[in-house]
Design a protein around this ligand. Structure first.
Ligand SMILES: Cc1cc2nc3c(=O)[nH]c(=O)nc-3n(C[C@H](O)[C@H](O)[C@H](O)COP(=O)(O)OP(=O)(O)OC[C@H]3O[C@@H](n4cnc5c(N)ncnc54)[C@H](O)[C@@H]3O)c2cc1C
Length: 391
C-alpha cells in the first residue's frame, strides 16, 4: 500500500472509480482477465483486423477500444474529456494512428495534430497537446540525421519538409499558448528528435515552458543529458519524464549490431534515475516545468513528498502527473482528488488504425504479477465495496 502523510492513498477505490458504473467496471475486469490468455495476445491483433474488415468494428469498439481510446475523432472524445474534467482531470488528445510513411499521410497527420492544439486553445480541460515526430517525418531520415550521416539531395528535400511540419506544429502551439509534448522514441532516432525539440524550446520557451521534450529514464545517459540541458540553456525548459517503452527492441538491436546497450542494467537503475530526474527538475522549478508520466505508484508518491518538502503547492501549474486512459485510474483520480494537476493521454483515431496501439496496451497489461493484477485487484475491491455499502 502506498500512502502519504497527507492521507493521499492510491488504494482508495471509491475515489479511483467514481466515474465508472458497475457495468463499466465489470467490463474492464473481463477485459483485463482476457489479456491473461496467451491466445488473446498472439491472435488478438490479427482477429481484430479481420473483425474490422468483416464489418464487426463495433465488437472492438465496445471492448478494448472503449477501455483505452477516447473515440475515432476529436469530437467523439468529447464525452471522455467531460467525464475526466468532472473529476478535475485534464485530457491530452493523442492522435494514435500509425500510418504509411508518405508525404500525404505526414501532411494529414500534421493537420490533425494542429486540430488538437486548436481544440485545446483556452480550454482548461485540455492542458496539453502531444505528438510523435515519426508521425510527420520518415524514420529512416531521423536515423540518418541521428547518426550524423549526409542525406542525398532528394532525402534532404524530404527532411526539410518534415522539419517544416515540426515547426508548424510548434508555432501553432505557441500561437494558441497550448503546452506541447514531443514524445520520445527509439534511441537511434532520438538524437535528431532532441535537436529539433531543443531548437523549439529555445525559440518558444522564452516566457514559459510551451514545448516539452520527453526523457526516457531507462536510458543510462538521460540524467546527464537533463543536467547538461539545464547548464547550457537560459530560457524555460519543459520535460515529460517517462521510463521508456522500447526496452526489448533497444536491447535486441544493440546486441545484433554490437554497440553498447543504451538501456540501464536493471529495473532498479531505471527507477533510481527516474526518481533522481524528478528531484533535479523540482530543484530547478523556477526554470523547469515537468510532467511526471508514470503508472509507478512509488515514483508518484515520492514526487508528491518532494513537492511538499520543496514547498511547491499541489496545484502548481509547472508540475503535472499523467497516466494513459484506461490505466492506473487509482493514481490519476486520487492525485486529482488531493488537488494535484493530472492529465490523461486520450488516444484516438479510426479503430483499424489504432490496433497497433491497442496491442501494446494489451501486452503491457498482461501477466497477473504486473499491471493487470494490480488493476484487476482494485476493480474487484471496488465492486465488493459497492455491494457491501448497498446491503
Ligand atoms: C503519460 C505517459 C506518456 C508516455 N510517453 C512516452 C514516450 O513519449 N516515450 C516512451 O518511450 N514511453 C512513453 N510512455 C510509456 C512509459 O515509457 C512506460 O513504458 C510505461 O509508463 C511503464 O513505466 P512506468 O513508469 O509506468 O512504471 P513501471 O511499470 O514501474 O516500469 C516499467 C518500465 O521500467 C523499465 N524497465 C522494466 N524492466 C527493466 C529492466 N530490466 N531494466 C531496465 N529498465 C526496465 C521499462 O521502461 C518499463 O517500461 C508514456 C507513459 C505515460 C504514462
Amino acid at each position: 500500500m502506498v500512502s502519504s502523510q497527507s492521507n493521499l492513498s492510491f488504494d482508495n477505490t471509491e475515489v479511483a472509480f467514481k466515474s465508472k458504473s458497475n457495468a463499466a467496471l465489470r467490463k474492464a475486469s473481463w477485459l483485463f482477465k482476457s489479456f491473461d490468455y496467451p491466445i488473446t495476445l498472439s491472435w488478438g491483433p490479427t482477429l481484430a483486423k479481420i473483425a474490422v474488415g468483416l464489418g464487426f468494428k463495433f465488437v472492438i469498439k465496445s471492448t478494448i477500444f472503449e477501455q483505452f481510446c477516447g473515440g475515432e475523432t476529436i469530437s467523439e472524445c468529447n464525452h471522455t474529456i467531460q467525464r475526466l474534467s468532472d473529476s478535475g482531470i485534464g485530457t491530452i488528445l493523442d492522435y494514435s494512428v500509425e500510418g504509411a510513411e508518405i508525404e500525404s499521410v505526414f501532411d494529414e497527420t500534421a493537420k490533425e495534430i494542429i486540430d488538437t492544439i486548436e481544440k485545446a486553445k483556452g480550454n482548461s480541460s485540455i492542458p496539453f497537446s502531444v505528438f510523435k515526430v515519426t508521425g510527420i517525418v520518415e524514420s529512416a531520415l531521423l536515423e540518418k540525421k541521428s547518426a550524423g550521416l549526409n542525406l542525398s539531395d532528394d532525402e534532404n528535400k524530404r527532411w526539410l519538409r518534415g522539419e517544416a511540419r515540426f515547426f508548424e506544429i510548434c508555432q501553432a502551439a505557441f500561437d494558441c499558448q497550448v503546452r506541447l509534448f514531443v514524445d520520445a522514441e527509439e534511441s537511434w532516432i532520438q538524437e535528431a528528435i532532441d535537436r529539433l525539440a531543443e531548437i523549439a524550446m529555445n525559440k518558444y520557451n522564452q516566457n514559459q515552458a510551451i514545448i516539452y521534450n520527453t526523457l526516457q529514464m531507462y536510458r543510462h545517459d538521460r540524467l546527464a543529458y537533463l543536467k547538461s540541458q539545464i547548464e547550457n540553456s537560459t530560457g524555460y525548459l519543459g520535460f515529460k519524464l517517462v521510463r521508456g517503452a522500447y526496452m526489448e527492441k533497444e536491447r535486441k538491436r544493440a546486441l545484433e549490431k554490437g554497440y553498447k546497450d543504451p538501456i540501464q542494467p536493471n529495473k532498479q537503475a531505471s527507477d533510481n534515475d527516474y526518481d533522481q530526474a524528478v528531484i533535479v527538475c523540482l530543484q530547478n522549478i523556477e526554470r523547469i516545468s515537468i510532467c511526471i508520466g508514470t503508472h509507478n505508484e512509488l515514483s508518484s508518491m515520492k514526487a508528491v513528498e518532494l513537492m511538499k518538502n520543496y514547498g511547491i503547492p499541489n496545484n502548481d501549474e509547472r508540475v503535472f502527473f499523467s497516466q494513459l486512459l484506461g490505466m492506473s485510474d487509482h493514481i490519476s483520480f486520487n492525485l486529482s482528488h488531493h488537488g494535484y494537476n493530472v492529465a490523461k493521454y486520450v488516444p484516438y483515431g479510426p479503430v483499424s488504425a489504432v490496433i497497433p496501439y491497442l496491442t501494446r496496451r494489451a501486452q503491457e497489461n498482461s501477466g497477473m504479477a504486473g499491471q493487470m493484477g494490480r488493476e484487476l485487484g482494485l476493480i474487484t475491491k471496488e465492486l465488493q465495496r459497492r455491494k457491501q455499502s448497498k446491503s
